[in-house]
Design a protein around this ligand. Sequence first.
Ligand code: NCD
Length: 316
Amino acid sequence: MDFARPHLLAIEGLHPPEIHALLDLAESYALLNRSGKTQRDILRGRTLINLFFEDSTRTRTSFELAGKRLGADVINMSVSTSSVNKGETLLDTASTLNAMHCDLLVVRHSQSGAPNLLAQKVDAAVINAGDGTHEHPTQALLDALTIRRHKGRLEGLTVAICGDVLHSRVARSNIYLLASLGSQVRLIGPPTLIPGAADRLGVEVFHDMDRGLDGADVVMMLRLQRERMKSGLVPSEREYFRFFGLNEARLAKAKPDAIIMHPGPMNRGVEIESRVADDPVRSVIKEQVEMGVAVRMAVLDALARQRSRLPSSRPV
Ligand code: NCD
């Protein structure tokens, strides 16, 4: 397979064949998961540690399930129960993990760059599960897989990413991935929530929702990340919804077969109306969660193979 890296820290810098290789492997895991079969031998005897310094429901659970489906021993370390609260530094944590002979380390941290630092200090393969406002590579991969399953391709699609782009590691990873595979990316949001350097990322910026959604194939909504805002960047949630919330009237500007995405957790009534989020035909939000498990299985498999230089073995 074309993915031969020791860690997965970011999408930026990955080459299109590497991304395609992970998506193809994830697709085979998606089919395997739907068939109800498991593949418990691939990570048998391996230890996967989920090290989460920030809250998470779906990402942590998804990595846990992915590891268990491949037969790994999975340990969840959350910050509230670890010694980090007692003043242990990130590097002390790294040497503790080395002593435990952990093979795969999944890290979420509020500081951008924390997984990169750990990757230099631990023997394990490190997977970035979201670092500050930097990147969230497995989220971008699962989004790409979901889009590819619905549209058959990524090339030439118009993808509108709407809302709090400034604080979103999901948006950043998606921009790198989609641009590298040939999608046209549009960012839509108030000027206060769009990064200043957005034009250098090769995207189009819109501050008007109706114009930005015009003709879009994919509408990806982002949560208003109030916990990351240093000051009030938006007036009120009601006002925000009035201008940037996704409702049926706004969605009508996109292509009739446009799909609706959201990485979760959703703020219903703030960035997205429930009727749209729950649209049985156009919303693919639940499928994103399903693809999350398949993508994480693919990433764990690819990194474990890399470590042991096992001959390639596709699961189906
Ligand atoms: C995102 C995250 O944590 O970056 N959620 C996720 O991983 N599914 C987005 C968010 O918190 O809004």
